[in-house]
Design a protein. Sequence first.
Length: 242
Amino acid sequence: MEQTLSGLLKLQESDSMLDRARAELEGIPGELSLVESELSAARAEFAVVEARLSELGAVMKKCEEEKADSIRKLAEYKTKLLSLRTNAEYKAMLEQISFVERRMDDLDSRILETMYEEDAARKDIADAGRKLERYTERANRKKELLAERESVLKAEVDRLSGDRSGTASAVPIRLLRKYEQLRASGRSCAVVGLVRGACGGCHTNVPPQNAVEISQGIPYSCPICGRYIVDLDGNRPSEEDI
């Protein structure tokens, strides 16, 4: 294989490694976003349960205050009952006393229900709190790992970019321009092998004479997809057109 084509293959290998490193590096913000999304969901879940417990606490306080007021009114009404002179006044006061007592029964029932609901809410908030703690610890670990990986990838991209520049400088400018055009058009593999007498990229048959030239290391560009075809002796799989 001619030295120029060897240089192209080496350049393509460098670009493949560089593309993978850059793709992984570009994917890190998305991974961080996913971590934050999961953590935000856990926080929101905890906030909902926390708000529910706070709401129940407010209900309990209101019921207890109303019950205390009802006890005060009941004592007041019973005291007044002793001083009433007419049957009508006496009957009216008894009705007020009965109303207050029924209201106190309702409040007792509501207080009991609220106590059960508070117990359940406390269990829910404990569960949500443990979940939030787990998610927070996991998110922090994930962020640390991603930060370390990002640092490694940036260094790797810098190194590969330097290696790539050195490799590209050894490729003739005409071949390099064509190679760059192929990559810019979306063909990640600009150099492919001759596979069973056909282009390893688009699978177009190569004329026998050109196949011989390819085996001799003479640069040949596929007339259909434009890729450079080299003789890899069948050691490398064909590349699908992207």
